[in-house]
Write a protein of this length. Structure first.
Length: 259
């Protein structure tokens, strides 16, 4: 436990010094407030831009709060998710490549503590960023479009945080298995591209971690999704499996560290 606490403090210091706890939450906040503001003021924006035909008319649908939160989730699942997993994907192999890990591996450390300290810090970073992003989105959504049930909103945010924690485990697993370039490539293919693939052909299956984000937003509606609990349980199981594999490869590839 003492080793884990020391490594956890190290990861927190490195994240603070690299400003991850500043720019990542700011990115999600920006993504969260973009959709409610843009959709509400779209007509004013187009009029301000000018150069529109005289007979041009824009008919916008009547958005409800769940539509705006769904759009914000889409922003998180694209730009936000790519930026996040790229950041996490280098946490282990980058230390091996630049020789920093040598100073750690020469000591009698626990590889479980090493991997878990990075996973905890990465998960906290993701949860903080997502929570602030949804808070910004909900703030302007409530002002411009109306509010939603508070408990349903909290449940939605917690469900999406479960997806972010899963993505953190998968990204760290690839970081432990591959070198920097391959880890980033595989992480982007499996997580963000996996979201795109699920959006295109996901109608052929109903239980998948990549569906958890959409299912979480559906919690705001009155309709009950029978696949939500099964999807959440599968996400947790795969997350635990990714953590176990990541720990094993962290130990196995410790000898590849540059001196």
């Amino acid at each position: 436990m003492k080793t884990f606490i020391i490594l956890l403090q190290k990861e927190f210091r490195e994240s603070w010094r690299s400003f991850k706890f500043l720019w990542m939450p700011l990115l999600f906040i920006l993504l969260g407030i973009t959709d409610p503001l843009t959709n509400y003021y779209m007509e004013d924006i187009l009029n301000a831009v000018g150069n529109m035909p005289d007979d041009f008319s824009l008919s916008l649908p009547d958005f409800v709060p769940i539509d705006i939160l769904m759009a914000s989730t889409g922003q998180f699942q694209s730009i936000g998710l790519i930026a996040f997993v790229i950041t996490i994907a280098g946490m282990i192999n980058r230390e091996r490549q630049n020789g920093t890990a040598t100073l750690i591996y020469v000591r009698p450390i626990s590889f479980i503590a090493l991997f878990m300290s990075k996973w905890v810090v990465g998960s906290i970073l993701g949860i903080l960023s997502v929570s602030l992003g949804y808070a910004g989105s909900m703030y302007y959504t409530a002002i411009l479009y109306g509010s939603v049930d508070t408990m349903a909103f909290i449940q939605m945010v917690l469900s999406y945080c479960a997806w972010i924690v899963f993505a953190t485990a998968v990204a760290l697993m690839f970081s432990a298995i591959f070198k920097t370039a391959f880890a980033t490539t595989f992480t982007i293919i499996v997580i963000p591209f996996g979201v795109m693939i699920d959006a295109l052909i996901g109608q052929y299956w109903h239980i998948s971690p990549w569906k958890l984000a959409n299912y979480s937003v559906q919690l705001l509606s009155d309709t009950h999704n029978e696949y939500y609990i099964k999807t959440l349980l599968l996400t947790i199981i795969l997350m635990v499996l990714a953590i176990i594999i990541g720990i094993l490869f962290t130990r196995k590839n410790a000898g590849t560290t540059k001196i």
